[in-house]
Design a protein around this ligand. Sequence first.
Ligand code: UDP
Length: 512
Amino acid sequence: MAPTEDSIIATSSPPHFVLVPLAAPGHMIPMADLALLIAERGARASLVTTPVNAARLRGVVERARHAKLPLEIVALPFPPPAAAGDEDDVVLPPGFENIDQIKDNSHFLPLFQAIHRLAGPLEAYLRAQPQARRPSCIVADWCNSWTAAVATRVGVPRLFFHGPSCFYSLCDINVATAAEHGLVPEDESEAYAVPGMPVRVEVTKATGPGFLNSPGFEAFQEEAMEAMRTADGAVVNTFLGLEEQFVACYETALGKPVWALGPFCLVNNSRQDVASRGHDESSGADLQSAVTAWLDAMEPGSVVYASFGSLARKLPGQLFEVGHGLEDSGKPFLWVVKESEVASPEAQAWLDALETRTAGRGLVVRGWAPQLAILAHGAVGGFVTHCGWNSVIESMAHGVPVVTWPHFADQFLNEKLVVDVLGAGVSVGAAVAPVKLFDDEAVLVLRGDVARAVSELMGDGEAAEERRKKAREFGERAHRAVEKGGSSYENLTRLIQIFGENGRSPQGNLKL
Ligand code: UDP
């Protein structure tokens, strides 16, 4: 959408927001949506990343150019390996700039170390901006704590963007405080109630995991917590009609403003917007047409969509349980399988056989699927999700209830929110996180669990109707939140006004 006179916010000078996403699809996609939201309201938005990631944002650039939006992608060169004898023992393969390219768990730490070395180039970029485009505010991913020192040196206010639900973020802060007071049980499997929550939330160490808490990441996590403490505020991809009490409690716990501006995904409102979202393949529009044509032939609300986000990868043992579970549920399904999951001839043959058996009621998409187009289609009545927050909020924004199968990070708490608090989901019963983020060999969920949860979600009973009704209500509230007069729309208006008027004052003097 091109900015209209009505949507553009009058400020003494349009502010310039410099957005620094973490290099992972589940972090870059919402930040790109946020950049579009900001630019559509007349403020300048620059997305700072590296060349491989910038190429993936080509669709955003095209869209901004077409609509004459003040949005640009800044591609800083990917940092070279640290000097010999320095921190990195493992050298990243060339062209590895995004977490979804990692095939070996040992590449995680070197990627984060390399990303941290973007501090110098970011500072140089900020200092090089002409007066008319002087940065007003840095919005950096929570994991990009290295931006904190840069912002201080350059004298630019900084907000952090935390990807998960506010429910998760509030639990995380409260668990950290409890841990400082020795209130978190040592035993991985012992359940305890998270203190300071407005509702009762029980977690174990194994299901309350957070970000950057793997061995080797201790310094990064500490730095991220410190950067959170020193930030000027937070931007979150949620809306008051979904999480009002948690946004309010999170704001109190943080002691700084929390700007709920979501669901960001609703900035994508045309077929083209959706086709190019999150990937740089030119085949996106063709795939979207094929998927839409298949869905068009299905009954309204009859199809269950199954996808596990951009990172989680299943080995054949677990993958086969998903496929058999969908087949055994007897419901029409649209299942997204990653190319790497069916790379072996054995997995390929198994999938071919499944497709033959379920022809007419099952569609398997290999690779990247147009998730928003699928969720927006009237034939889709449920979503089997790994509970990445983007997937959950995209589902709620489109009024689609979910089967929850959390894998790691914030996902177990996002599950609790959607099942226990919002009443819009059925749990598949995943009890623990995989030991390894990628390619864990454990088979944690069986076909019977998948079939049972899908049947419950898509069934006719009173509970299923109630979940559908709740999801529909959240969908309606989501759309109202981003319309003029809605909470997210007006929060963004205020944010832009603040930085347009006094955002250039030194850090600490902001009147947020
Ligand atoms: N996504 C998509 N197509 C796919 C897989 C993922 O469009 O085939 C998008 C999805 O819509 C969401 C993001 O990628 O915006 C995944 O983020 P999420 O937080 O759900 O999970 P993560 O990938 O971070 O685990």
